[in-house]
Design a protein around this ligand. Structure first.
Ligand code: GLC
Length: 451
């Protein structure tokens, strides 16, 4: 180690950290890591309008929602696409619709679980690709009130979500494998007109009969385009009925937010986005699918979403009787326990630039960086290339301070327990003097290669 020299950078880094942090010797003259410049705005993605900002406000704070896939396919238990991927004859599927009879108010348990997990909104399939309407529709007999359930499942869901103080979302599949015009509409203008009127009519029912609805979540627009669906006219009706609603982008219009599926990819230019994901590999109940994600994976995904400014919509697929698979309950309960003490790092998160680590991920609120350690290495952890000065560091859960040193290349946190203090992820808060950013290129280029 070379002679200790005090320069402005050393002074800066030393304050608040232990004196050992000043002993950076040979590195003392190294340039201060430059703060990385923000990404340029994307000209293809216009910034949100004032009305979008107003309608989207609650959703940006909510961060975490529950997706529920529930329908006749839940009764069958082989994934929500079974009707098509097994080419089930119509008479057999209609029989399933007669047998489908969930226990009354099953949705109460879904809503309680969502709340316990720290979720703030729910989005349930009102009609999936199978074409079955989960409500009491005047426009079709193929609906819950007139088939097996004998009652309005959408009503039960809406009441259950509201009872837990959760926002209410409706998923709606434009594609329809049951309606006689559902495929014919692609090349028969009379069929298209009938099917578009049916579709607009169903959406009108959903947005008229259940009070204030917070999210309309369209899915699969096959076989028509925006012109074919008359999406602009549909949209006008939607906002006339529900002026505060937010809508996704799956009706071939941009809508208010994008919907990356089974992956986490941020949108450019500040456009809102929500990653939707399954807990195993199926949206609708699939009895044999045991490929469950762990609570650690779910929390890491949630962290990644909010770090990059997105929301996380996580699915459950209840059985036909309305019960939630035990594995989903277990994982979401663990997630909720973690959220009880770490939730503030999620709900209050700002865009967070630091991301390079092999055993941790990061979120940020103002000048505080949260280091979420998912693979606890024991004794010490380090962050490379942090450009802000750390003023104090502590375990988020216990508020117990942790020892650290900082030089031009890293923040080194020492004296940690051998085993992770929290499960499944331990969060260390680092209060900085400015917005925490990371520049690992600086480290690669400048860290001395000789001792
Ligand atoms: C896909 C699937 C559908 C599922 C949806 C959720 O579009 O076709 O089954 O409901 O993803 O995003």
């Amino acid at each position: 180690m070379g002679a200790f020299k005090v320069n402005r950078r050393n002074m800066l880094l030393g304050t608040g950290a232990s004196l050992a942090s000043l002993a950076i010797g040979a590195n003392a003259q190294a340039p201060v890591p430059p703060t990385p410049s923000p990404a340029a705005p994307d000209p293809n993605s216009p910034p949100p309008t004032a009305d979008q900002i107003r309608r989207m406000q609650w959703w940006h704070v909510a961060k975490f929602g529950m997706f529920i896939h529930f329908g006749v396919y839940s009764q069958y238990g082989r994934h929500e696409w079974a009707m098509e991927t097994q080419a089930i004859p119509m008479q057999d599927y209609l029989q399933l619709a007669k047998e489908f009879n969930p226990k009354p108010h099953s949705a109460r348990a879904w809503a309680k679980l969502a709340k316990a997990a720290g979720m703030k909104y729910m989005v349930m399939t009102t009609k999936h690709h199978e074409g079955f309407c989960n409500w009491d529709s005047k426009l079709t007999d193929y609906c819950a009130a007139k088939q097996g359930p004998g009652r309005d499942l959408v009503r039960e869901y809406v009441d259950a979500a509201r009872a837990e103080g959760l926002r209410v979302g409706f998923y709606y599949s434009l594609m329809d494998w049951h309606h006689p015009d559902g495929a014919l509409c692609a090349h028969d203008e009379e069929a298209r007109k009938r099917f578009v009127e049916y579709t607009h009519g169903l959406i009108r029912e959903l947005l008229t009969n259940y009070g204030k609805i917070d999210v309309l979540w369209y899915d699969v627009s096959w076989p028509l385009d925006a012109k074919g669906w008359e999406s602009e006219r549909m949209s006008k009706m939607v906002f006339e009925l529900q002026p505060d609603i937010i809508v996704n982008n799956r009706n071939k219009l941009p809508g208010d937010f994008s919907t990356p599926e089974q992956k986490i990819v941020a949108e450019a230019g500040g456009r809102a986005w929500e990653s939707c994901m399954t807990l195993n590999d199926s949206w609708g109940y699939q009895r044999a699918d045991d490929n469950w994600k762990t609570s650690r994976t779910i929390i890491r995904n949630l962290i990644t979403c909010v770090r990059d400014g997105g929301n996380y919509l996580l699915n459950i697929g209840p059985r036909g009787d309305g019960s939630i698979p035990e594995e989903s309950v277990r994982v979401l309960t663990e997630v909720g326990q973690w959220m009880d003490t770490n939730g503030e790092t999620i709900y209050k998160s700002d865009l967070c630039q630091p991301r390079r680590a092999n055993y941790a991920s990061f979120t940020r609120t103002g000048n505080t960086l949260y280091m979420h350690v998912h693979f606890w290495p024991g004794e010490d952890v380090a962050i490379s290339g942090l450009t802000a000065k750390v003023k104090s560091a502590y375990f988020l859960k216990s508020k117990q301070p942790v020892k650290f040193t900082q030089d031009n290349f890293r923040v080194h946190i020492t004296g940690l327990p051998t085993h992770a203090p929290d499960s499944p992820i331990t969060t260390i808060a680092l209060e900085c003097d400015s917005e925490p950013k990371q520049n690992t290129d600086y480290v690669r280029i400048n860290k001395p290669r000789t001792v």
